[in-house]
Design a protein around this ligand. Structure first.
Ligand code: BES
Ligand code: ZN
Length: 462
């Protein structure tokens, strides 16, 4: 009876497999040993659904919007994530930690819409607003660049490349009587369009000085081309901030307790002014969707789902998490999977990389590479990269890897392609999310992680 049931299941999955891929040869040894492999992968990949993950992206990036570390929007994001995890039946806790002050600007329009920018701490930072008509000054390092009617206007300028250069632009605007300055960022740090920034002024300036993303400057120019534009500037200095990690735990199954623990963790904050659709509502969406699917299965090891806060402010949530663990607790952690930017629609970002800070392979890279091979999915490749929440774990000697879509032309020197809209207001579902890439990431990470967590004997490196 049991055997027959098993046979039926295998037959059904073989049928599904041959429909999906047209060939079943590669899966037979896995099915044959009955322990790892295809039927287990099927438990995950038959259920994970990119549309559900993208619904989480929609909530985070559109309902909430930008989620800078330590601010109210990041708390709302934590609340949303916790509620979803609780609705799946998990125990959830919040872990708070202190973060540095934020200087946040709000630029609002007559129609009620508003944009988030970053404010110069040394400029006017006040909720008491400044209203004025926008003028665009192409230049600004020369006093003659400012028209006679500059007084009382809000001056938008493409920012000079150096801090000294844009200080001159600001001083000249003040001399001309400007009511406020918006510096448009032209270039980003990773080949992306410019992102918002806190202009750095070595001495105080009386008027508001904000750092806009490149696209915000372009949008202002477009509006100006249609007629006069009046905007309202206000800013706030937020201090005594706390950021937050959200931690959900899946206990190992009762009679087969393994002492090991596995973590799936994604940052939920974004940079200022960016809705963080791919970076990193996508990683959170993937995590929540895997949490939903795994809830239905017994796993031998403890599994933790963590949404890290303030990654964009220096990997702060992950660092705090690792710092507060005892050595004994660190030793328990067998693997840390970190999805960060797992669904971009940017064409050249054509592979899903499993990255470690030094290029070493570990149980996280190996299990997902193996899952890709079993599934006949060649998107996944190993690689070398830091810059995300896997770094503090790696530095503590805990096997961890980052998952990210990018295109790599060469490794030495490293030439890579990520979406131009990275860290900008355009990191939206519409401009930067691919359901197919999300599904591929769900399948590969879902099957690789499930293989690690469900077995009491680690499948690799043992
Ligand atoms: N998701 C990115 C990391 C990333 C971007 C990795 C592009 C590889 C290619 C992450 O959210 C990020 O932007 N990290 C910061 C880290 C810093 C604040 C320590 C970064 O790289 O600037
Ligand atoms: Zn990120």
């Amino acid at each position: 009876m049991v055997l027959q049931k098993k046979g039926l299941k295998v037959a059904a999955s073989l049928l599904a497999l041959s429909m999906a891929f047209g060939s079943v040869g590669f899966a037979q040894t896995d099915i044959g040993n009955g322990k790892s492999g295809y039927s287990q992968d099927q438990k995950v990949i038959a259920r994970v659904d990119a549309a559900r993950a993208i619904e989480h992206i929609r909530y985070l990036s559109e309902e909430i919007g930008p989620r800078p570390g330590g601010l109210q929007a990041e708390k709302e994001s934590a609340e949303y994530i916790a509620n979803v995890l609780k609705s799946y039946g998990y125990e959830v806790e919040f872990q708070y930690f202190p973060v540095a002050d934020q200087y946040i600007a709000d630029v609002s329009f007559a129609d009620g819409t508003s944009w988030q920018m970053a404010a110069a701490p040394n400029g006017k930072v006040s909720k008491e607003d400044v209203t004025g008509e926008v003028i665009f000054v192409d230049g600004g390092t020369n006093p003659a660049d400012f028209p006679a009617y500059t007084a009382g206007k809000i001056v938008v300028m493409p920012r000079a490349s150096s801090v000294a250069g844009y200080r001159t632009q600001v001083d000249n605007a003040v001399q001309s009587g400007a009511a406020g300055v918006i510096l448009q960022s032209l270039v980003g740090s990773r080949g992306n369009y410019g992102q918002t920034f806190n202009p750095s002024l070595t001495s105080a300036v009386e008027i508001p000085v904000y750092g806009a993303a490149y696209i915000q400057g372009e949008w202002l120019k477009e509006k100006l081309a249609e007629g006069p534009v009046e905007i309202n500037l206000s800013a706030e200095h937020f201090s005594n901030l706390e950021s937050v990690n959200v931690i959900a735990t899946k206990a190992p199954k009762g009679n087969n307790k393994n002492t090991k623990e596995v973590i799936l963790g994604a940052h939920h904050d974004s940079v200022v002014g960016a809705p963080g659709g791919n970076d990193n509502a996508s990683g959170v969406g993937l995590m929540l969707e895997l949490a939903r699917v795994y809830k239905g299965y017994n796993t031998d090891k403890e599994l933790k789902f963590i949404a890290f806060g303030s990654e964009e402010r220096g990997l702060l949530g992950a660092r705090y998490y690792v710092d507060q663990l005892t050595q004994e607790q660190r030793d328990k952690i067998e693997a840390v999977f970190v999805p960060d930017m797992v669904a971009t629609s940017y064409g050249p970002a054509k592979n899903l990389y499993a990255m470690t800070p030094n290029g070493s392979t570990n149980i996280v890279t190996d299990s997902t590479m193996a899952a890709g091979a079993r599934l006949g999915n060649s998107d996944i490749l190993p690689g070398t990269f830091g810059s995300s929440d896997h770094v503090p774990f790696h530095n503590a000697g805990i096997p961890a890897a980052l998952f990210i879509w990018m295109g790599i032309d060469s490794w030495s020197p490293l030439v890579y392609h990520i979406e131009k809209v990275y860290h900008t207001p355009q990191d939206t579902i519409e401009d930067n999310i691919s359901p197919e890439r999300m599904q591929s990431a769900l399948d590969i990470i879902g099957a690789g992680l499930f293989d690690v967590v469900r077995k009491d004997v680690p499948p690799l490196n043992k």
